[in-house]
Structure formats: structure tokens, C-alpha cells
Write a protein that binds this ligand. Structure first.
Ligand SMILES: N[C@@H](CCC(=O)N[C@@H](CS)C(=O)NCC(=O)O)C(=O)O
Length: 149
């Protein structure tokens, strides 16, 4: 598709933001960016990883192009009010998506919200804005984004 990002790790090529983040979180498991395989948190972790690219991103990109899906029942996200309500419920009030531990779920889900706020794709609620602000304050975020903000 000619899209970025693409990770090339030796012979391994990974595309899709969520796949890249999940791959790196597993490869560097000592960093604690993924809950243990088989743990209860792993279910929520997968949900955060997959909903971003599968469901929220296509909904927002369609809306940004000014297109209303003609049949919300056949769109994987229903409609924008439902997408925004789901974002609101999944956004943590404090800390991170899975609780005290920052994980790749925050990189993917929170990163999409950060991107969406930067490009005015969503009108962030106070809870979403506060979560994105917490992400933006992280030293690693600052190191990688300061050139752009
Ligand atoms: N679903 C893909 C989306 C990738 C994507 O949309 N990439 C954009 C940048 S954010 C891109 O490559 N745009 C350049 C182009 O299409 O020429 C993912 O999760 O990685």
C-alpha cells in the first residue's frame, strides 16, 4: 500500500501501527509494555490495540473527508456518536488504559487520540483531553515529538 510506518527488523517486516507496537512490546518484554500472555489484562490490551486501527481510524478518516456512511449498520463502527461514546468509555480517567502500567495500548489508542486532536478530527472531551495531555507529558513522547509540536 506504500504506507508508513513500516518496521524492518532484520528479515522481519511489520506494517500497521498496532502490529508494530505489539511486536516491539513482545520483543522487549522486559520493558513491561504488554501484559502477560494469558493474563486477564491481555483481553483489554488486545481490544485497545485492535479497535484503534480496525474501527476508530476508518470512522474518523471517513468523517474527516466529509462522508457519512450510507448504512451505519454495515459500518464496523456504527456512527460517529457511537464511536465518540466508545472512545469516552475506553479512555481512562486516571493513569493508563490498563491501570497503573503504561503499555502499548496507550501508544496505539492514546496515540490515535493524540493524532486526532492535533488534526482536529475529534472534539475531545475533558477526560480525553486530560488523557492525551498525560501522554504528551511523558519524556519519551517529548523526545520523539518535540520537533513537531
Ligand atoms: N492502517 C495503517 C495506516 C497507515 C497510514 O495511514 N499511513 C499514512 C501516514 S499516517 C501514510 O502512509 N500516508 C502517506 C501516503 O498515503 O502516501 C497503520 O495503522 O499503520
Amino acid at each position: 500500500m506504500g504506507k508508513i510506518p513500516t518496521l524492518v527488523d532484520g528479515e522481519t517486516v511489520v506494517t500497521e501501527v498496532a502490529a508494530i507496537c505489539a511486536y516491539l512490546a513482545d520483543k522487549f518484554s522486559e520493558k513491561g509494555l504488554a501484559p502477560e500472555l494469558g493474563s486477564v489484562d491481555r483481553a483489554a490490551y488486545y481490544r485497545y490495540l485492535f479497535i484503534a486501527g480496525n474501527t476508530i481510524e476508518p470512522a474518523l478518516s471517513l468523517a474527516a473527508s466529509g462522508i457519512d456512511h450510507p448504512d451505519p449498520r454495515s459500518a464496523g463502527w456504527g456512527d460517529m456518536p457511537r464511536v465518540l461514546a466508545t472512545i469516552e468509555v475506553m479512555t481512562p480517567k486516571t493513569n493508563w488504559a490498563l491501570g497503573e502500567q503504561f503499555t502499548a495500548a496507550d501508544v496505539v489508542f492514546g496515540g490515535l487520540l493524540d493524532f486526532s486532536m492535533t488534526f482536529n478530527l475529534i472534539d475531545a472531551s475533558p477526560k480525553v483531553a486530560a488523557y492525551v495531555a498525560r501522554i504528551r507529558q511523558r519524556p519519551c513522547y517529548r523526545e520523539t515529538h518535540d520537533a513537531f509540536i
